[in-house]
Design a protein around this ligand. Structure first.
Ligand code: COI
Length: 365
């Protein structure tokens, strides 16, 4: 299938942000978006990149009623010579299709998905910011569009991709966050949808997040739904703890999102000679390690958050500082190493970077 491109008229193009330090996250979108439709019996059709516009949906479109809606998040980076990279895009494509399978939605052909990503980013390349920590965030989304109120898998879907320049996910930038351990609310239970990027997972997280932010915390640290004792995720990201000399992150047992950044951190830390364990970790072990002084660092990982230090934990009415509330050296190293790989500033021993546009040729000295 060919992707048709209809360009926005220059008069209607938006003004690009001038101050990259004020980009924030997910507030600015470019001039175009990709979309493609699906119908049972017909398959995918009408792949187009066209001027950005509101969607037209029937009020009974099933995504609006029964949350058949999934999404992905990845980024495009501008290299030092203006070349453009994606970071492990195949992982997002595969995860989107595993999310689609779990919610009985139409899966997307991997080749057309990749082509849509590349064409969108290349068309909007002038929107990709230059500053460190900035990038073009890419949000592929799949929604059920059949107009029907009976509860069943939709027979029609819309897949679309919007992109927009972003800076740091948290307003405070690369600064330690404060996290609140929720014992009352849970994010996901075994057998549920915690391992996929279902929009409904995020809706279900808002109530506890509002309690946490109302108390001055940045994010919720989620515990498992069954025993309420194993650490699972933090906010919209995966979580890591450095206890003694072991970097620990909870294993992918079905309730945790298999983060692309999580996987990259595990591989990178191993490569750097850090001992990494993907194992169950109780909140009691976290707290007792804090009390003993063996818990040295903690950070969250995610596409949006990259590697985001955790400086404080609130649990059962007590506050615990991690590394004196400051970013630890391993957290900082992993953050820098990942960014440098993403921006093409250093060797990529893992083959994660995908160059989608050549840059200016550099002069040979
Ligand atoms: C991402 O890191 O891309 C995410 O999906 C987090 C998002 C919900 C802001």
């Amino acid at each position: 299938m060919r992707i048709k491109i209809i360009k926005a008229s220059p008069k209607k193009m938006k003004t690009k942000p001038k101050d990259e330090s004020k980009l924030g996250f997910g507030k600015i979108f470019t001039d175009h978006f990709f979309n493609m439709k699906y119908k049972d019996g017909k398959g995918w059709y009408d792949a187009v990149i066209e001027p950005y516009r509101p969607l037209k949906l029937d009020p009974t479109a099933m995504c609006l009623h029964y949350a058949q809606e999934i999404f992905e998040g990845l980024k495009a980076y501008r290299g030092p010579n203006d070349e453009i990279y994606l970071f492990r895009p195949t992982e997002n494509i595969k995860r989107m299709n595993s999310s689609a399978e779990r919610l009985c939605m139409a899966q997307i052909d991997e080749e057309i998905f990749m082509e849509a990503l590349k064409k969108m980013v290349i068309l909007e390349k002038d929107w990709i910011p230059r500053g460190s920590g900035t990038s073009l965030y890419i949000r592929p989304t799949l929604i059920a569009t059949e107009a029907a109120l009976g509860v069943h898998p939709s027979n029609e879907y819309l897949f679309f991709i919007v992109v927009g320049p972003v800076g740091a996910y948290y307003p405070q930038g690369f600064m330690p966050t404060k996290i609140y351990v929720s014992e009352e609310y849970v994010r996901a239970a075994k057998g549920g949808t915690g391992f996929i990027k279902a929009a409904g997972n995020y809706a279900a997280s808002l109530y506890a997040s509002r309690i946490a932010t109302g108390m001055g915390y940045t994010q919720v640290l989620w515990l498992d739904a069954k025993e309420n004792k194993y650490v699972e995720e933090v906010g919209t990201s995966n979580i890591f703890f450095l206890i003694s000399d072991e970097l620990i992150t909870p294993p992918l047992t079905g309730t945790i999102l298999p983060g692309v950044t999580r996987n990259s951190v595990v591989k990178l830390a191993n490569y750097l000679g850090v001992k990494v364990a993907e194992r169950l970790l109780t909140i009691d072990e976290v707290i007792s390690s804090l009390e003993k002084g063996t818990l040295k660092e903690s950070f969250a990982s995610g596409t949006a958050a990259i590697v985001s230090p955790v400086g404080q934990i609130y649990f059962r009415k007590k506050e615990y500082l991690i590394n004196g509330g400051k970013t630890g050296p391993l957290t900082e190293k992993l953050y820098n190493e990942i960014l440098q790989i993403q921006y093409g500033l250093k060797e990529d021993p893992f083959g994660w970077r995908v160059k989608i546009l050549e840059g200016k040729k550099t002069k040979k000295k």
